[in-house]
Design a protein around this ligand. Structure first.
Ligand SMILES: Cc1ncc(C[n+]2csc(CCOP(=O)(O)OP(=O)(O)O)c2C)c(N)n1
Ligand code: SF4
Length: 294
């Protein structure tokens, strides 16, 4: 079935950011950082002029994971912790689509944490945006893997005794080929990073600091603003050791691209293997299977 809308419809839609907006009105709390993430995403898609019907936004469960519902693209609000496997399956079956996976910090690093290294080593051609508010927003403010030590939350009334996970450091350790940090308070800057991540041939991760005003208070914006710094322009984005240092800086949150290193994507490797198989006379899958069965 051809689901491509007529050319004039596509053109009209991509002429404006509005093209990407669905009829659903966001139900995020007033002031939630996720509004800015949505605005930045629409700006990035409009900049790239990707027709809405060629985009799939795949999320898990959480406040942040509501985002695909607010976009007039294809999308799936999947299961808590599972955007990566669903997006991986979709991208493998439809490499022509622009696939963007997204999650909250709880979704991405608690229940879904086991999927992150595998998407990295496969270098699946998709962007992965994690909206990090250091808390489980949807379920009323429990601690998450990125909750800072000592923080008072709904489940740590006397302060949180654990060290937080470092999403950028994890991404670098897992071998993610594009690693960046953005902030919800800087929509233009975030949109620029998204443009780069969406175009990146491979798995592109952005940790987006997106405050939860309800469970962390408006002060979370101030904390981020005080600690955020642009990553120095002289930073060599292919220098992994330097990227680790910026990711683990005890004082500052460095905004921008931390690491970028081209490596073959999953799809490129599969194509190369298919060519190798074809050269060996196994161009047809049935014949290939028959060889094993014989
Ligand atoms: C399998 C499963 N376990 C737990 C839940 C309950 N649950 C829903 S959202 C959520 C956490 C949301 O936090 P996060 O992923 O950080 O996203 P946020 O709401 O902060 O954007 C949890 C624990 C669930 N829906 N499914
Ligand atoms: S609870 Fe927090 S994360 Fe959820 S919509 Fe409200 S401000 Fe945003």
């Amino acid at each position: 079935m051809d689901v491509t809308p007529p050319a004039e419809v596509v053109e009209r839609r991509i002429n404006a950011r509005q093209a990407y907006r669905s009829d659903l009105k966001p139900v995020w709390c007033p002031g939630c950082g996720d509004y800015s993430v949505l605005t930045a995403l629409f700006a990035a898609l409009a900049e790239l002029q990707i027709p809405p019907h060629q985009i799939a936004l795949i999320s898990g469960i959480g406040c942040s994971s509501r985002l695909p519902g607010y976009a007039a693209t294809y999308g799936l609000n999947t299961i808590h912790g599972r955007p990566i496997p669903v997006a991986t399956g979709l991208k493998s079956a439809r490499p022509d689509l622009t696939v963007i996976a997204m999650a909250g910090d709880g979704d991405a690093l608690s229940i879904g944490g086991g999927h992150f290294p595998h998407a990295a080593r496969r270098n699946i051609g998709m962007a992965y945006f994690v909206m990090d508010n250091n808390v489980y927003g949807l379920t009323k403010g429990q601690t998450s893997p990125t909750t800072p030590t000592g923080e008072q939350t709904a489940t740590s009334l006397y302060g949180w005794p654990e060290d937080p996970a470092n999403p950028l450091g994890l991404a670098l350790a897992y071998g993610v080929s594009f690693v960046a940090q953005g902030v919800a308070g800087d929509v233009k800057g975030l949109a620029r990073l998204m443009v780069e991540a969406i175009q990146w041939p491979g798995f592109a991760f952005i940790e987006i600091l997106s405050p939860c005003v309800t469970w962390r208070g408006k002060e979370q914006y101030d904390v981020i603003r005080d600690r955020a710094r642009p990553i120095p322009p002289e930073h060599d984005v292919t220098d992994l050791a330097a990227a680790f240092r910026y990711a683990h800086d005890p004082e500052h949150l460095y905004v921008g691209v931390h690491y970028r290193q081209r490596k073959p994507t999953f799809q490129e490797r599969v194509t190369a293997l298919q060519q190798k198989a074809a050269a060996k006379g196994a161009g047809n899958f049935d014949r290939y299977l028959a060889k094993f069965r014989a």
